[in-house]
Ligand binder design. Structure first.
Ligand SMILES: NC(=O)c1ccc[n+]([C@@H]2O[C@H](COP(=O)([O-])OP(=O)(O)OC[C@H]3O[C@@H](n4cnc5c(N)ncnc54)[C@H](OP(=O)(O)O)[C@@H]3O)[C@@H](O)[C@H]2O)c1
Length: 337
């Protein structure tokens, strides 16, 4: 069977297609025929060596994949051949708080990932995917969707009537918009593109602010909320956006600290955090239980993830270059079989 591996050194040019042994399930393990994968900014960083420059190579990248159960090992009770499943981002984070053991089981980072025709995973690291979704749609869920769900719902306590500020229109942010819709919340979206803001509005965003044309976008967000500020910020920007997010959030509001799009460290306006009693909550994807909670909501609402473009397995490198170009809206996927 075929897989893609980062070999020798980092960089898209060092992502190579390789032939690997057919996997056999051990006790408690499941062989999954991967049908689709999706890309996250983190996968791009992994391949480029920006995520963990000391990561041992070779490594199969990508956290997100969905497919069909092909075989089960002894002791597997929850899944049977033919079930439609996805791998949980952290294989050993079942429920409760994240832990070092959970973090050491992240697919496509700490351990080999999903960019492979077949994978063998522990039964406890799998979830069933909603019936109404294609494999491409289901493959978008494990990282970006669970992250947005955790930040807004599990940790953020999102409720009807709340206002959510989603920064940009990448994978996490478009899921944040769709989750806010499911909860009867209002969403304000920022983007560098008016065309993408139009698409966000057609998905249900109440307002859009072009952050390239309005560098002081936080002021516009305050105007749009009659000076009150938003209840939740889906903070995917990092150091260059945090100060503005703190200005745009209401007193006592919630900032889900998720992304590093503008870098991994910078100044922290501590006084603004305490004066506004803001909760700045670090989010590292989510547990299997959160993934299952989210899937119930997605099934009930028949929510469909937004797939920007699907690449064939052979063009996995082109998919990463498409992400690098940042012209996408929502998720980029790869059709594996
Ligand atoms: N903590 C976690 O568990 C977790 C999980 C998933 C992702 N993340 C992080 O979250 C971030 C987003 O990930 P993703 O996979 O959704 O990325 P993505 O799909 O590549 O999204 C990129 C989009 O972000 C927007 N953007 C870029 N710079 C921005 C800025 N300065 N202000 C506002 N928006 C900006 C752009 O939207 P426009 O084109 O509309 O301008 C861009 O297209 C990444 O840093 C990723 O590492 C963290």
């Amino acid at each position: 069977m075929k897989a893609w591996e980062i070999q020798g050194d980092f960089g898209i040019e060092n992502l190579n297609s390789v032939e690997k042994d057919e996997p056999e399930p051990g006790f408690g393990e499941v062989v999954v025929g991967v049908r689709a994968c999706s890309l996250n900014f983190r996968d791009y960083q992994v391949v480029m060596g920006q995520y963990d420059p000391k990561m041992p190579l070779p490594r199969v990248p990508f956290s997100d994949g969905a497919g069909e159960v092909l075989a089960v090992g002894d002791g597997v009770g929850k899944f049977s051949v033919g079930d439609r499943v996805a791998g949980a981002f952290m294989q050993n984070w079942i429920a409760g708080d994240v832990s070092p053991d959970a973090a050491a089981s992240a697919l496509g980072g700490a351990i080999d990932g999903m960019l492979s025709e077949k994978v063998v995973l522990a039964e406890h690291g799998l979830v069933r995917v909603p019936d109404h979704l294609s494999f491409e749609e289901a493959a978008t869920l494990p990282c970006a969707a669970v992250t947005a769900w955790n930040g807004l719902v599990e940790k953020g306590g999102l409720k009807a009537g709340d206002t959510v500020l989603a920064l940009g229109t990448g994978g996490v942010s478009v899921f944040a918009l769709q989750i806010a819709n499911m909860f009867g919340a209002r969403t304000i979206v920022t983007s560098s593109s008016d065309e993408k803001l139009g698409r966000a509005r057609s998905l249900g965003a109440s307002d859009g602010v072009n952050y390239s044309e309005n560098p002081d976008w936080e002021k516009r967000v305050l105007e749009l909320t009659d000076g009150r500020g938003v209840d939740h910020v889906v903070e995917v920007g990092g150091p260059d956006t945090l100060t503005k997010s703190l200005a745009a959030v209401r007193m006592g509001g919630n900032i889900a600290m998720i992304g590093v799009l503008t870098g991994a460290k910078g100044e922290i306006p501590t006084a603004a955090i305490l004066r506004k009693s803001v909760r700045v909550q670090g989010i590292y994807v989510g547990s299997r239980e959160m993934f299952e909670n989210m899937n119930r909501a997605i099934s009930l609402h028949e929510m469909r993830p937004v797939v920007d473009r699907t690449f064939p397995f052979e063009e996995s490198r082109e998919a990463l270059r498409h992400m690098e170009g940042a012209s996408h809206f929502g998720k980029i996927t790869i059709q594996v079989a």
